[in-house]
Design a protein around this ligand. Structure first.
Ligand code: ADP
Ligand code: MG
Length: 320
């Protein structure tokens, strides 16, 4: 859906922001670009909607080389969410959200009805927040409006540059989880920029780890954490990468012991993350928790700390 072919961007002052970049984002996939400040993430993203043109190489969207595309028409097909959100201060939340549909000629009433639906979808009550102005919202609420506004035009492609960056860690995690749920229904093709590895791991189907202007590794989160491709990536993902892997590895039936006569207590479902399972285990005096099958609601077995260890090893072997 989005394809970079040997793309280099040099700014007029001689700075090479990205060099010989090649990668692809499949339809319905969320790829997170992660790396330290100044490594070329935003430059990469802006080459997708032609806010910046490459010095050499090609960017294709839906098979079409966008060098020849009309930037205005292109941007209508590509939603753009940025940290500072950029809401119109003198328009209400509802008007802000309805901006693009109205711009492309959707009748006002229909545009507003759609905007209200989207506000609801991102967790804002249109009857409460719709008539407010941006300055009457919290940072987290403004970011939700930013996401709703980008979705209002129903673009197949979304670019998100540090979309959850301006809010505190607790709100950020909630927004990320809500966004994941939302993405399961809307299935957009998404390029998301972040400097936060945890965010990339939580949201990305695949992650591109940037060094200075190049991609050091492009892989699924579990693969990145199990097998960093270079010393740079290893140091970027950190010595505690084993802990981070808990979040991207699921509890499977093979990790369990027979249910036996376990007294009912804390339980998790098959498919839950090991992180969630370990958190539950740490609360249990017995050091064992029940795991249930979400399809049948019946016990599937018992998870112990050894089971968590086995699961991590199994996942690591699968990635290798
Ligand atoms: P990131 O988003 O990863 O922080 P950027 O893509 O914004 O990185 O920037 C990559 C590099 O290009 C940095 O060295 C930055 O200073 C430089 N850069 C960005 N925009 C310009 C510009 N308009 N002119 C010159 N250099 C720029
Ligand atoms: Mg940036």
């Amino acid at each position: 859906m989005i394809r970079f072919e040997h793309v280099t961007k040099r700014y007029p002052d001689g700075t090479t922001a990205v060099e010989d970049l090649s990668f692809e984002v499949a339809e319905g996939e969320l790829v997170a670009l992660v790396g330290p400040s100044g490594c070329g993430k935003t430059t990469t993203m802006k080459m997708v909607n032609r806010l910046i043109d490459p010095t050499s190489g090609r960017v294709l969207v839906n098979g079409e080389d966008i060098a020849g595309a009309d930037p205005v028409a292109l941007r209508r097909r590509i939603g753009y969410v940025i940290q500072q959100v950029g809401l119109f201060p003198h328009r209400t939340v509802l008007e802000n959200t309805a901006t693009v549909p109205q711009l492309v000629g959707t009748p006002k009433a229909a545009a507003r009805a759609r905007a209200a639906e989207l506000l609801e979808l991102v967790g804002l009550d249109p009857s409460v927040h719709g008539s407010r102005y941006p300055h009457q919202l919290s940072g987290g609420q403004r970011q939700r409006v930013g996401v709703a506004r980008a979705l209002a035009a129903d673009p197949p492609v979304l670019l998100m540059d540090e979309p959850f960056g301006a809010v505190d860690p607790v709100v950020r995690e909630r927004l990320q989880n809500e966004f994941l749920t939302l993405q399961k229904t809307v299935r957009k093709t998404i390029l998301l920029v972040t400097h936060d590895l945890e965010e990339a791991i939580r949201l990305g189907d695949r992650i591109a780890v940037y060094g200075a202007g190049t991609i050091e590794q492009f892989a699924r989160p579990a693969a990145l954490l199990s097998a960093p491709a270079t010393p740079y990536v290893a140091s970027f993902v950190g010595a505690d990468r084993g802990l981070k892997r808990l979040a991207v590895t699921a509890v499977t039936e093979a990790d369990l012991e027979p249910a036996g006569d376990l007294a009912p207590g804390v339980s998790v479902e098959l498919g839950a993350s090991l992180r969630e399972a370990l958190a539950a285990l740490l609360q249990e005096d017995s050091g064992r928790i029940a795991v249930t099958d979400p399809d049948t609601g019946t016990p599937a077995g018992v998870l112990t700390p050894q089971g968590v260890h086995r699961a991590l090893r199994r996942a690591e072997l699968q990635e290798a």
